[in-house]
Ligand binder design. Structure first.
Ligand code: SF4
Length: 341
């Protein structure tokens, strides 16, 4: 019988599997604690489980993990990790330490289907990540850095809502007190706007943060920048966000990457304010991170400042994301693309 990666199981599934195998129910709590609180990468190290039980567990399960290929540290403290998966695919995760919090940016897929024109990850799609591959990014980085992760953002490679079931299962492990115990409000899903999955998420009873990659405020430009807009246009996306806000009582964030001469005009700022004012939302501006093989360029500082100033003048709640790790290719997908050539 083929062995199963134990880290693909939810707590309930693990308890049921163990019960079928005749184990005591408390073993699931012990195993979860070893896997997620202590970062165990084998059954061998689970010192409070008997040898006999470890042998029996090893007959049925294995403990999945990732192989570190590259670790780059920026002068601002941001660290980027390239991991290899069992099938030799690679994924990235970024660790961003700041005062009072350590944020981890996770990948949810190997590649991405959505082909946003400014994104290195959208160049190819290979497959969804498993639950184990998602949570292992956190375990491995905690083990490597020795620092606890306080916040998680699904803003790495892939569209998290396109791998809905595995991402949600991973989030429940991140969130559970027996798992990583990270508060739901400290977990952010960033999506390009997959409407059916936003509707599903509205009904999950989870208080996770939702961030929408907007980047343009009219359908014509958004279709050019983000082909997903052809299937899920703004006039359908906005009502689905309104429903999410109503159901979850959470404010959403619009991510807006400023690209020189494309979406950085004051008229764009006015349209963005107008759209944001229709929902309980805030805007997070990101200056495009210049990359090889892309014709897009970042706007100059004056343009960024004028754009932000206009939003503030219009009464829009806005933040400007500080560029982190620019010296280590920290934008989504850049390291993976460089590695695979
Ligand atoms: S921005 Fe997000 S959705 Fe778009 S191609 Fe990149 S990873 Fe995919």
């Amino acid at each position: 019988m083929e062995k199963q990666d134990i880290k693909n199981l939810s707590f309930t599934e693990l308890k049921m599997d163990l019960s079928t195998l005749g184990f005591a129910p408390y073993l699931a709590t012990q195993i979860f604690s070893w896997l997620y609180k202590k970062g165990a990468n084998s059954f061998e190290v689970m010192s409070d489980i008997s040898r006999k039980n470890i042998s029996r567990l090893e007959e049925k399960f294995y403990v999945g993990g990732l192989s570190l290929v590259k670790r780059l540290k920026s002068k601002d403290g941001t660290e980027k990790f390239l991991f290899e998966l069992a099938d030799r695919e690679t994924i990235e995760a970024v660790f961003i330490p700041a005062k009072g919090r350590n944020t981890l940016c996770l990948s949810s897929q190997a590649g991405c289907k959505f082909k946003c024109s400014f994104c290195a990850s959208g160049k190819n799609f290979v497959r969804n990540l498993t639950v184990s591959e998602i949570t292992s990014q956190l375990s491995e980085i905690t083990n490597i850095t020795g620092k606890a992760v306080t916040n998680v953002v699904f803003m790495g490679i892939g569209e998290p809502l396109d791998n809905y079931d595995n991402v949600l299962k991973a989030i429940r492990i991140l969130n559970s007190s027996g798992g990583f115990n990270i508060g739901a409000r400290r977990i952010t899903i960033s999506s390009c706007g997959i409407i059916p999955q936003i509707e599903r998420l509205s009904d999950e009873g989870l208080q996770v943060e939702l961030s929408i990659s907007l980047h343009a405020v009219d359908n014509e430009l958004r279709c050019r920048l983000m082909p997903v807009n052809k299937k899920y246009p703004l006039d359908k996306l906005i009502p689905s966000l309104a429903r999410y806000i109503e159901k979850t009582d959470r404010q959403i964030t619009f991510e807006y990457v400023l690209i020189k001469g494309v979406n950085d005009g004051l008229n764009d700022a006015d349209k963005l304010s107008k759209l944001s004012s229709t929902l309980n939302s805030k805007v997070n501006l990101i200056v495009f991170n210049a990359q090889d093989n892309f014709s897009c360029q970042p706007p100059d500082k004056e343009t960024v400042s004028a754009f932000k100033g206009r939003l503030i003048k219009n009464g829009t709640f806005v933040t400007l994301r500080q560029a982190r790790g620019e010296d280590i290719s920290a934008a989504c997908g850049q390291l993976r693309t460089a590695h695979s050539g």
